[in-house]
Design a protein around this ligand. Structure first.
Ligand code: MN
Length: 432
């Protein structure tokens, strides 16, 4: 598991002035992404304050593994870099930290910096496979209650990290509008299903876990090794068509209700950057079973959870026209995960399934125990039965065309700098 080192020193400062106290990208973060400068091709970059450093452009100022990693980051996708494993990412982090904190390097490094607002971001990796889990126990309980008030969690939930295979071809970056899907639905009182625009479009507040080095088919990743295979984390909004889902999902599970679009934030916050914010996995409630041995590791239980806070905001078309600020719908924590991210990797590969660099694992919707931490409108509106009233008087049960959903996230811990994930901001367009 990554250790705390000089790159986490809260007193460290970059000569990039905007990084000082930056809410997301101070020198302690150094997240990885793919950007193109105004007149250039896509390439690997690191966010630093309001700027982006072209990593490959400073490779000649680095040595050893840091240099090798920087050259790999010159490609238009980061899969090859992630495949090198976390030790290589750490060498790159250490090298870039030194360049960006040493005033003597400023003259040589500055030409490789680009103003972020003038750059275009791209998907950071070629996403070969996307798996969505269901680790948010409060979400699973809230949703289960809508269908089974007395017995919300199915008997497997506390033994198996529940998941399904999603679709990677429709994953898009923050800023790409989502088109309301058409689909087949059947109202409870209707005799026949009909086809048309989704009437219960929802967001899901999740985080995206990026697989680093993969495993060979047939060779599971042990729980004690799993954290070595996780490169970093981003924000994920797993758009969901609740009415389509309700009609189609039995008996094989989610299909067209989930695969029309998923949105991610552009920056991969590395596991090294997250080292100071690791916390103990919350104790299971009294009476819950212990994880089976292949999912249980002492170090993972002691430090395998993440002190990451997420927030969801909405801005309707009316609010945008009136110049009003987005309204916060909820705030939640990654500690709502019933399983650690290492347990997800160990379970996913436990049957021999091979994970590949750049695979995306969704945490599942992360709701907290309280009403102000419910991570979807399905929960906030109690299954569509209790509309929410927004500050301007508009109401919502589910999302309307023109609504914009903005998810942000950050990590905080006493004695360390705050680092952030940037944002995942997406607007809804009408069905075709
Ligand atoms: Mn989901």
């Amino acid at each position: 598991m990554p250790n705390i080192d000089f790159t986490h020193d809260p007193a460290a400062k970059s000569w990039v002035a905007s990084a000082d106290g930056h809410k997301d990208f101070p020198i302690q973060n150094l997240p990885l992404g793919i950007f193109s400068p105004p007149d250039g091709e896509p390439r690997g970059g690191v966010a630093i304050g309001d700027e982006i450093l072209d990593i490959a452009a400073v490779a000649n100022l680095l040595e050893g593994d840091a240099r090798k990693a920087a050259l790999l980051a010159g490609q238009p996708m980061l899969n090859d870099l992630l495949d090198e494993g976390n030790a290589m990412l750490r060498a790159l982090r250490h090298g870039l930290f030194s360049l960006l904190t040493d005033p003597a390097k400023e003259a040589e490094v500055r030409p490789a910096l680009h103003t972020a607002a003038q750059c275009t971001m791209h998907l950071p990796v070629k996403i070969n496979d996307y798996t969505d889990f269901y680790t948010g126990i409060h979400h699973a309980t809230n949703v289960g209650k809508l269908f089974r008030p007395d017995n919300p969690l199915l008997p497997n939930y506390k033994y198996v990290p529940i998941g399904y295979h999603g679709r990677s071809s429709s994953i898009r970056l923050s800023g790409v509008d989502v088109v309301r899907p058409n689909g087949q639905t059947k109202a409870p009182d209707a005799d026949m299903p009909s086809f048309g625009p989704c009437k219960r479009l929802d967001y899901e507040l999740e985080m995206a876990i990026w697989v680093g080095r993969g495993n060979t088919l047939g060779k599971p990743i042990a729980i004690s090794e799993a954290s070595r295979h996780i490169a970093g984390i981003s924000i994920l909004n797993d758009w969901s068509a609740r009415d389509i889902q309700a009609w189609e999902y039995q008996p094989l599970g989610p299909f067209l209700a989930k695969n029309f679009h998923s949105s991610i934030s552009p920056w991969i916050v590395t596991m090294d950057a997250l080292a100071p914010y690791r916390v103990a996995q919350p104790a299971r409630p009294e009476g819950d079973p212990s994880p089976l041995p292949y999912l249980l590791d002492d170090a993972d239980q002691q430090k395998g959870a993440l002190g990451v806070t997420m927030e969801v905001h909405i801005r309707t078309a009316r609010m945008r026209e009136a110049g009003e600020e987005p309204h916060r719908l909820s705030s939640g924590s990654m500690t709502a995960m019933y399983w650690t991210i290492a347990q997800l990797v160990a379970h996913h590969s436990s049957n021999g399934c091979n994970l590949q660099p750049g695979d995306l694992l969704g945490t599942g919707t992360l709701s907290g125990a309280n009403d102000d931490s419910k991570g979807s409108l399905l929960e906030l509106s109690n299954g569509g039965k209790q509309p929410l009233t927004l500050p301007g008087g508009e109401t919502r049960t589910f999302l309307e065309d023109g609504d914009e959903i903005i998810i942000t996230a950050f990590a905080e811990a006493g004695g360390f700098a705050r680092i952030g994930f940037g944002e995942c901001r997406v607007m809804i367009l009408p069905a075709p």
